[in-house]
Structure formats: C-alpha cells, structure tokens
Ligand binder design. Structure first.
Ligand code: PLP
Length: 447
C-alpha cells in the first residue's frame, strides 16, 4: 500500500491504555492549496502603483500587492462569471419557505429526489433507472466515501487512475483498502492503460475507478474506450466506479457517454453531484447510483449494506434535496450551453497562452471538465527543483496558485484549473510566463 500513516498516541478511549490512532497522511488538494495560499501572503515582489494628482502628474510610486489568482481549486464559483441558475436558487428558497422540509429525510434520500435523479440519468441510458437505484449523498465526495466503504473487505484492493483525484486514495487508506495505480496515457488522450489494469487486478480487486470527463486531465473518453473498460472489468470479474461529477461538461469533439451505458457488461456504480454542472459545489448534493441491469447490486445483503452506511452519513440538508426535482426540471439548456461555451473559451485561452511559455507543455488539449495537466520542462529552468518548488515560488513571486502534479500523482507536472474568468486567466498565465522567463537558463545567462 502506498499510504503513509501518521501514528499518534491517544488516551481518549481509556486513560490507561494509551492506544495508537492512525491518520493517513496522503496529500490532499485542499491541504496543499492552503499552504500555497499562505505563501502568497509574504509576497515580496509587489508591483509599483503610480499615485497621481488630479492633473495626472506622478506624485509617488507605491508598492502594490498583486491580486492573488487561484487556478488551483476546482470551484468555479470563485469567479463571478460562473454562477448557478436563478431557477435553482428559487427552488431552494421555495422549499425552505414552505416549512415542509425542516425534518430529517430518509437517510437514502427523499423519494422524490431519488426519482428525479433516476429520471435525469436515465435520459442517456438504454436501461432506465428507478428511484431505488439512487442514493443521495452529501456531494460526490460522500458518494466516493460510501462506495469505498461498502465495497471494502479485508485484503481488498482498488485500481485508481494516475493522475487522479486524491480523495479516492485517502478514503481507501481510512478503509485499509490497498491502492494500485494504473497510468492514464497522455499521448492517447489520457486513456486508461488497460494492460496495466489487467496486470494489477486479482481476485481481491473491488473496483476500477474511471473519472470521465476527467479531473485532473480534462479527458473525455470515447464510447469505444468506455466499452473496453467495461469489458476489462467483466474479464477481471470486478466492477467499475464511474465518477461523473463533471458529467456533460464537454466542449471538444467527443460527446459525454455515461459509463452506465455499459452496465449490462459490468456492474457500474455511478457517482455524481449537482456541484459542477449546476455550479453549486457548496450545496453538497450528490448521488451514488447502481447501474446494473443484471441485478448484481440488487443482492439484499448489498442493499442492506448501502442503507446502513447511509444511516451513518445522513446525507444533504432536506430542503436542498426537496428542491432537486424542480432544479432539474426548470434549468434550461441555455444555462448549460453558456457554461460549456465559457469553458471552451477559457480552455482555449489556456492552451494558446501556454504555447508562448517554453518551460511548460500540454500533451493533450482538454475536451471536458475544468482542468488540464501540464508538463514542466525542468531542464530549461535554472533554479526550480521540482513541481512543488515551482508552485511555491510561483505563489510567492506572482501570487498565482496552481496545483503541483504530485498532489494528483504526477511529479513534475502541474494542474491548471481553467474555470476562471477570462481576464483573470490571461493575467495569471501572463504572470506564469514572466515567472518562467525569469527562472529560465537563458534569462539567467547560463547557456
Ligand atoms: C473527480 C472528482 N470527484 C469528486 C469530486 C467531489 O465532488 P463534490 O464537490 O460534489 O463533493 C470532485 C471535486 O472536485 C472531483 O473533481
């Protein structure tokens, strides 16, 4: 297992026994971004600001701190151009004002919410889902936690993509599930290395995780590739966990195909949320869905296990759940189209600007989601040792935050989130360019 564990002495349970408790010390995105953000506060390389009098004459040059621009977090709502549809707010206000949804919801979710999600996802599936296939969770994060917890058993392992989304490894560590990484291949549009998957799996493999559209790579998988993944899972007698939190957020040539389309080949647990498509990550409304026409997940013991786990979790606020049917029904296509057009625009800006920066390269233009993986060419940087060093120096000198690739499993790469307003993105990439120029050998006269 790749997970390191921090052991601390605790006498919480019994003052005399002084037992060990263990906390996995995996890198988390939030953790590392917090450190980078703190690093900007001591920024020493501030810009000059001209203070002029009424006649426009220069009186004094003042030091001005650069505005911090974060391209690190996958929260588009940090930028005002990404805002949720008014109908979603109206729906929540209405359910809240009705005073009908102040009590506990069933822990698997309100029946009308489960039904609304089942109908919404069924639009793109050959076999229709029913409300009982859907479990409502607090965001997709809790769906991940639930999926891994219900599948975990002694000696089990899970196959995760590298690069990937670190919450999977963190949850696995808490549940003592061994993590085995398979590579995504940059030159093949970040497709899954299916040979690696086959080599890694054994009879204790509980699932293959597929993130499509992908974070951190911006990949969108073809129908054919998804089918091959399902066939591989079938051959290996395991299941697919399909993380579709970025479902429908595609702006390239390929359409979004849900993994559930192949549920008859191998059982699929589909995870998703309102967070990204509706631009409401703070509402914490997600789902775990059993996509499996052959009924593997209908095993009463399995259903009982999910329900018990939902009893522990509790799920999202009842009035948010109650608003879901109306949110889905009332949100117009034009809202989704606007988000897609904006993401296409900002991903284009990102790719164009990156072409001007020799020390970074992007092997595959993003086709979906909100992020892209970019390779660092350290050989032309004079005083940058690795991706962590790059990101910390960039934060300090330019007040620009990007995520070190190490946080998502790929050392000496960086992840750039392009869900930002176009002018901030251009400004941030301009600063990235000057940073790279300043730190390159040529600039320093070393070559
Ligand atoms: C791949 C992936 N899965 C799950 C999540 C968590 O989603 P949520 O915010 O709905 O908990 C994220 C969030 O960025 C993500 O990128």
């Amino acid at each position: 297992m790749e997970t390191n564990v921090v052991k601390v002495k605790s006498n919480m349970v019994d003052g005399d026994t002084n037992q060990d408790i263990e906390t996995p010390n995996n890198i988390t995105i939030k953790g590392i971004l917090g450190l980078l953000m703190a690093n900007t506060e001591t920024a020493s390389d501030d810009e000059d600001e001209d203070i002029v009098n009424g006649g426009g004459n220069l009186l004094i040059k003042m030091k001005k701190k650069k505005k911090v621009i974060s391209l690190g977090m996958g929260d588009p709502t940090a930028f005002s151009c990404f805002h949720s549809p008014a109908v979603a707010q109206d729906a929540v206000l209405e359910t809240l004002a009705s005073h009908k949804f102040n009590g506990y919801a069933p822990t698997v979710g309100l029946p009308q919410t489960r039904k609304a999600i089942a109908d919404y996802l069924s639009r793109d599936l050959p076999d229709k889902l029913c409300a009982d296939d859907v479990y409502i969770t607090a965001g997709c994060t809790q769906a991940i936690e639930t999926a891994l917890s219900i599948l975990a058993r002694p000696g089990s392992n899970i196959l995760l993509p590298r690069p990937g989304f670190p919450i999977y490894a963190l949850c696995a560590a808490f549940r003592h599930i061994e993590v085995r990484y398979f590579d995504l291949i940059p030159d093949k549009g970040w497709e899954v290395d299916l040979n690696a998957v086959e080599a890694l799996a054994d009879r204790n493999t509980i699932a293959i995780v597929v993130i499509n559209p992908g974070n951190p790579c911006g990949n969108v998988y073809s129908y054919q590739h998804l089918k091959e993944i399902a066939e591989t899972a079938k051959k290996l007698r395991t299941i697919v966990i399909a993380d579709e939190v970025y479902g429908h957020l595609v702006f390239g040539a390929k359409p979004f195909v849900p993994m559930g389309v192949f549920g008859a080949i191998a059982p699929v647990l589909t995870l998703g949320s309102l967070s990204k498509r509706w631009l409401v990550p703070g509402w914490r409304l997600g789902w775990l869905v059993t996509n499996d026409p052959n009924g593997t997940f209908k095993n009463p013991k399995f259903v009982e296990r999910i329900k018990k786990y939902c009893d522990i979790c509790g799920g999202p606020a009842t009035f948010i759940q109650a608003a879901v049917p109306r949110i889905i029904e009332k949100t117009e296509e034009v809202f989704f189209r606007k988000t897609i057009n904006l993401l296409r625009w900002t991903s284009d800006i990102c790719c164009e600007k990156m072409k001007e920066i020799p020390c970074i390269s992007c092997p595959h233009k993003p086709e979906g989601s909100m992020a892209v993986m970019v390779k660092l060419n350290l050989s032309i940087l004079s005083d940058i040792s690795d991706d962590i060093d790059f990101c910390f120096k960039l934060a300090k000198e330019e007040s620009v935050i990007v995520l070190p690739g190490l946080a998502v499993g790929l050392k000496n790469w960086i992840r750039i989130t392009f869900a930002a307003d176009p002018s901030s993105l251009e400004e941030a990439l301009g600063r990235l360019k000057s940073f790279c120029h300043r730190h390159s050998y040529q600039q320093n006269g070393h070559c």
